[in-house]
Write a protein of this length. Structure first.
Length: 37
């Protein structure tokens, strides 16, 4: 049981990291557009 719980926690953490990466990428794109405009 402990193993599956740890795996689940890892999955949730990975998903959060993925979201953070996507957000950072979107932020960079926005900055790029602002600097080009």
């Amino acid at each position: 049981m402990a193993d599956s719980q740890g795996g689940h926690a890892g999955l949730v953490q990975e998903r959060r990291m993925g979201r953070a990466v996507v957000r950072a990428h979107e932020h960079e794109e926005t900055l790029l557009r602002l600097s080009l405009a």
